[in-house]
Design a protein around this ligand. Structure first.
Ligand SMILES: Nc1nc2c(ncn2[C@@H]2O[C@H](COP(=O)(O)OP(=O)(O)OP(=O)(O)O)[C@@H](O)[C@H]2O)c(=O)[nH]1
Ligand SMILES: [Mg+2]
Ligand SMILES: [Zn+2]
Length: 338
């Protein structure tokens, strides 16, 4: 088998792959590979997969084979046909970009941190545009409260403030993905880290919303040999989470829950609930407990939807099989006694 490649971009019917060397490579060295008719590529082991940005690949003659993934950042899609969508594969760190201006959304941070924990990558919260506000410290505190155990840094791509600290907390991670709302400054941050204009950046409208400048997920080689995946800002990201991922995001709630009278306490109306008591005492913000409830509910709903899709697919398969058997019987290919 040949050298290592990474999937840099996924388009309809084709993917672009780029050599996975020690340093960033010019885009002229990328190779366009056609996917199979169902949009998949073969894997080195297992069934074919729909490739995702960040996938590792090897070339075997003129065949491209995808390697098993070490991590997957996934979102739920509202569509009826497809299930979950892989935003990025083989990622070490998920950079969660949230703008300081307009006012950051703590709920969005909690949601993206949960999605990151679910992906087996490490979340890192980046508060952007610190040059536009003078209460950065206060928001750093709030963000740390809603993301216990997660590094939170504030940066300004305009002034360069906080960038060395960001690079330091990223540490030795090899592959990063940037997620966050449109206009948060993700592509601007990519350019700052890449030391040049590799991604186009856009304006923000009067209400502070972004203009959806980035339309493709794209893998970018940084000068130091790391990979950074830029993604388009989306209005909302469908949560795909496990109970463990929600628990990781809400480790403060989980710690308090150790003191609840009942092991399976749902922190609603149970007697002896230590979590509700903490809210009443002002030790836990009420919105934090509400977030916990709503993310757990949403994760359960998504899991049920996923189960329903599997069941529907099985029904379709069974019907197809019955049709095949009927037509084979009719044509005399199989004969059933009695
Ligand atoms: N003042 C200030 N403006 C910034 C900073 N970072 C980005 N911007 C501006 O914010 C706007 C949006 O930046 P982008 O980098 O295009 O945002 P994005 O998150 O990539 O947006 P999408 O691609 O639409 O998801 C641009 O006008 C940037 O110049 C910053 O640190 N300070
Ligand atoms: Mg962008
Ligand atoms: Zn409780």
């Amino acid at each position: 088998m040949g050298s290592m490649w990474r999937v840099a971009r996924v388009d309809r019917g084709a993917v672009r792959i780029t050599p996975d060397g020690d340093a960033a490579v010019p885009s002229s060295e990328t190779l366009v590979v056609r996917t199979d008719r169902d949009g998949t590529l073969p894997m080195t082991v297992g069934d074919p997969v729909v490739p995702a940005v960040g996938d590792r690949a090897v070339r075997d003659g003129d065949r491209t084979l995808i390697l098993p993934r070490t991590s997957e950042l996934v979102r739920d899609t509202v569509g009826t046909t497809s299930r979950v969508q892989v935003i990025a594969a083989n990622v070490d760190v998920v950079l969660i970009a949230e703008h300081l201006e307009p006012e950051p959304s703590l709920g969005r941070i909690e949601r993206l941190v949960t999605i990151a924990w679910r992906s087996d990558a490490t979340p890192l919260v980046v508060l952007t545009k610190s040059d536009l506000v003078d209460d950065t410290e206060r928001w750093l505190e709030h963000a740390r409260e809603v993301a216990p155990g997660v590094e939170v840094v504030a940066v300004s791509a305009s002034t360069g403030e906080g960038l060395p600290e960001l690079v330091e907390v990223i540490g030795p991670a090899r592959t990063l993905v940037l997620v966050g709302p449109s206009g948060a400054g993700k592509s601007t941050l990519v350019n700052a880290l890449a030391g040049g204009q590799v991604m186009a950046t856009g304006e923000v409208r009067g209400d502070g919303r972004g203009m959806h400048t980035t339309t493709h997920r794209e893998l970018i080689g940084l000068p130091d040999g790391r990979w950074l995946i830029d993604t388009p800002g989306v209005r909302s990201i469908g949560l795909v989470a496990t109970e463990a991922a929600v628990a990781a995001t809400f480790s403060d709630v989980e710690d308090l829950a150790q003191g609840c009278r009942f092991r399976d306490c749902l922190h609603t109306t149970e007697p002896g609930c230590a979590v509700v008591a903490a809210v009443d005492a002002g030790d836990l913000p009420e919105r934090r407990l509400e977030s916990w409830h709503s993310l757990r509910r949403e994760a359960a709903r998504q899991a049920a939807r996923a189960d329903a899709r599997v069941a529907a697919a099985k029904t379709r398969e069974a019907k197809q099989l019955a049709r095949t058997i009927r037509s084979m019987r009719r044509s005399g290919h199989i004969h059933v006694e009695g």
